[in-house]
Design a protein around this ligand. Structure first.
Ligand code: SF4
Length: 236
């Protein structure tokens, strides 16, 4: 099944996922919701969330973001100037909290120094330049950079994570090892469209949680009649 058809099938099964969850002004908890426009602060929150979500579940990141919101710390300047220990205590629920506090502090310092603290200025760059710059920063790898580009800068790159690799490996009948190989599978076979890339990645994550788990629920999966992994009997 080509990626476009697969996208349609997954979208009609699961419905829109409304990623990336962000916090409304005056609130504390990020919410999934259709938004016409992201504010500068929400874009920063997505970038911070993308760093905090490394090696942990989103529910832990939510608790860390709630802590930052409660303390009114979700601003570039405040994070850049915050004592490391204070920041680490606030992001503690997201795990690896000392490292992550250092990473978000570094990121905000970088924005302060190079873009007067305005993430939107960084996002004015073309995708390839933006990606290269993000990857050059401490603590930002492929997945985090692409999360930031797709969900905060709202530019079309396909995000590859562990759910994507597992699903593609099974559904395409052959594991694709590298990040770029997995990414190309989608980018070369779909219209280069931010909305589609946004929704498709979110749908794959949902599918990875519901059916295509580490131990997959293939018998119940709505995609099983076109999945080589299931059809070859590897699931049994
Ligand atoms: S049939 Fe199994 S391996 Fe294939 S997509 Fe569904 S859960 Fe994943």
């Amino acid at each position: 099944m080509n990626p476009q058809k697969l996208f349609g099938k997954m979208l009609s099964f699961y419905g829109r996922q409304l990623w990336w969850p962000v916090t409304e002004k005056g609130e504390i908890t990020p919410t999934y919701k259709k938004r016409a426009k992201l504010s500068e602060n929400q874009k920063l929150e997505i970038a911070i969330g993308a760093i905090l979500t490394q090696n942990t579940d989103w529910k832990n990141v939510m608790r860390a973001l709630e802590n930052l919101n409660r303390e009114k710390m979700l601003s570039c300047k405040k994070i850049a100037n915050a004592p490391q220990a204070k920041l680490a205590a606030l992001v503690r629920p997201s795990g690896y909290y000392n490292q992550k506090a250092r990473k978000i502090k570094f990121f905000c310092n970088y924005l302060e120094k190079n873009y007067s603290g305005k993430i939107e200025k960084l996002f004015e760059k073309p995708v390839s330049e933006l990606r290269e710059e993000l990857l050059s920063l401490h603590g930002i790898g492929n997945e985090t950079a692409d999360d930031i580009i797709l969900y905060a800068a709202e530019k079309p790159v396909f995000v590859v994570d562990a759910y994507t690799k597992r699903f593609v490996g099974r559904f395409c009948g052959k594991p694709m090892q590298s990040y770029v190989e997995n990414q190309c599978f989608f980018e070369e076979n779909l219209p280069k469209n931010t909305k589609i890339f946004n929704e498709f990645h979110a749908l794959i994550v949902e599918h990875g949680k519901r059916y295509c788990r580490k131990k997959p629920l293939c018998e119940e999966c709505f995609l099983n009649n076109s999945c080589p992994f299931f059809l070859s009997g590897k699931h049994a």
